[in-house]
Structure formats: structure tokens, C-alpha cells
Design a protein around this ligand. Sequence first.
Ligand code: NIG
Ligand code: FE
Length: 390
Amino acid sequence: MTTTAVTHIASLVTNDPSLGNGTPLGLIQDAAVVIDGDRIVWTGESSKAPATDNVLDAAGRAMIPGFVDSHSHLVFAGDRTQEFNARMSGQPYTAGGIRTTVAATREASDEQLSANVAHYLAEALRQGTTTLETKSGYGLTVEDEARALRIASRHTDEVTYLGAHVVSPDYADDPAGYVDLVTGPMLDACAPHARWIDVFCERGAFDGDQARAILTAGRAKGLHPRIHANQLTYGPGVQLAVELDAASADHCTHLTDADVDALGQGDTVATLLPGAEFSTRATWPDARRLLDAGATVALSTDCNPGSSFTSSMPFCIALAVRDMGMTPDEALWSATAGGAAALRRTDIGRITPGARADLVLLDAPSHVHLAYRPGVPLVSAVWRGGQRVE
Ligand code: NIG
Ligand code: FE
């Protein structure tokens, strides 16, 4: 195997607190990283780097782990420009808009849906995302949900079954019948194509009892739970996530003190999705309150055509720093190691020996510039599994 060293990295984020400056980011100045095949094999000071077959001089630029976007909805067709326009004229966001995308997605061919996923995945990769989770949830029939998951699996290993996004319009008068479908034939058809099961636990979608039934049924079929929780209103989602040891409670916008305490004490990651609050003009989630309570916080895009049509992790970092009480260091950690924790992965989100070689070189001397220079395309090179992809 050929070894490659990237040397003279002005500032390297390892996410290993035992390295470098001893903070959670494990920052090393004037650093080098050595990769062999798809793995990182050495991290340290540039002057001490071992000899390698190839050397690339980073010339004073910063390096960070590839972003881990643990929450997106990329299997969709059409867009919702009109709905966005209406919102920016004062209309509120509701879960009802999901049905517009369901109709467009059902109409689309497999090829169109797959091309769409590839398009947004490539867009995310250009902005430094090297791992991306994505969900079904715009099909809401047995065939359309299974199709969405099959298509998603062609593009990523982190696939989530979200048949419980909203009650299908076909079951408008029989929500209990829809829950039976989601936990029965639809689950049987979808479980082989997914790693995770998710439910939108919210007024206008599924209540706490329905969510518990859906996640428990999924778990019995080998899927791990995660939940869309407490996005639009206070509710039972966060407590349920902790009770079921879900990998992540996502959104966490409206939290009681008890919700914050539960997240502070449990293993469930609080995944914050600032693109959604930005695009729906909603109240920001309070990252500071969660961090101070000891919760593990992840940042993700929620990329979808309704509530958050961005694939940009740098944009989410800038919002989290400006409006959610995070420091630039905390936001960078949450967008990398935090996302890995939300996917219960230890092989990504860090630049240490043994990890997958997912690296992002920035056109900036430090990761702080991601928040300090919002909207500027600072990603200058990306490696995924040791391959230079951008
Ligand atoms: O995470 N909250 C539910 N689902 C998406 C929105 C989907 C849509 O509006 O199409 C979300 O924000
Ligand atoms: Fe979502």
C-alpha cells in the first residue's frame, strides 16, 4: 500500500483530547497526518512525521475531520419554493407541507430519485461532508418507502426508515391503521434496507404512544431508534428517546428542564439542526443549555426541500456559533465527533490512527474561520476513505 503524508498543517483538529493542546478538539499546530489505504496511520507534529511514499505540503492551511451529517432527507422529488416564499411573507411552517413532497416523490422514477440523492450528496461532499445519513419518509406506501431505502442504500450506509414521517394521505381517516401498516407490512419490507428507524413525534404527526409503538416494533426487527423530537412544540419525544436509548433526539428546539436533564444524563445525543430554524424563522435551539447540562450535542443539516434546504455543514456551524450559544470549537466538534456519536460510530469524526481517512483541508489557518467567515467556500480539498474526492 502507498503511504501519503500531509505536512505543515497550520492547525489540525484531531478530536482526541489526549493529543495537542488537551482540549476536546486535540488541536496540534504545524501538524502532519499520514494515511495508508483508507486509514489514518499517524498523527503528530510535522517535524516528527515518518517517511512516506508521497508528501503533500498543506502550506499553512488547517485540517479538520470530514463532517458527519447525521440527519438528512435526500430521497425526494420536486421543491417547495412557493411554500418558502409564503413563509418568508409570514406564514408558519407546518408538517402539512410534507404531503406536497410525498406526491412529487411518488410520481418520480427510480432514476430521478437516485440522481437527486447523488446530486445533493456531491454538493455536501464539496462542502466537506464525508458521512451522510439519509431517510425515507416521502413515499408513505409499502412500495414507495422500500424503494426510497433501496435507492438511499446505493449512496450511503447510514439509511433510516421514516415511514412514520406523517400519516399517509391515503389513511387520513384512519391514523391507527397507518401505524399498523408502518409497524407491520411496511416495516417488513423496509427493515432489510435500513440501519435505523425514525419517527416524527410532533403535533400533526405522531404522538408519544404511537412513536413508542413504532420504534419498539422497529427495534424488534433489528433497527436502532432515533427520533424527530420537540421541533415545533414541547412534547414527549425527547423523554421517549432517552427511555428507549435512541442514538439521537433530533431538533430539540422546545425543551423543558426535565428534557435537558434527561439528555444530560442519558447516552442519547441531542442533534441540533439550525438550518431548519433558519428556514422556518423559528426559535433557535439552545445549545448552551444542553452543553452546560452535560449533553452530547451534534450539528446536522436536516437537508430536505421543506424545512431546511441546505447541505452545508459550514453554514450550520456559523448559525450555531452566532445564534445558539456555541463556541467555534464546540460547533466544530459537534459537526464531526458529535455526528459520529449520533450514528454510534467510532471510526469517523476524528483524525487519529485507525480512523477512516476522511479529511478536509481548509483555505484558512484555523477551523474558527468556518464561523468567522460565514458563507465563504473555505473547503479546499477533501479525502474520503483515503481517496482525494475534491
Ligand atoms: O426534519 N420534521 C419533520 N421532517 C422534516 C421536514 C420535512 C419537510 O418539511 O418536508 C424536518 O424538518
Ligand atoms: Fe428531519
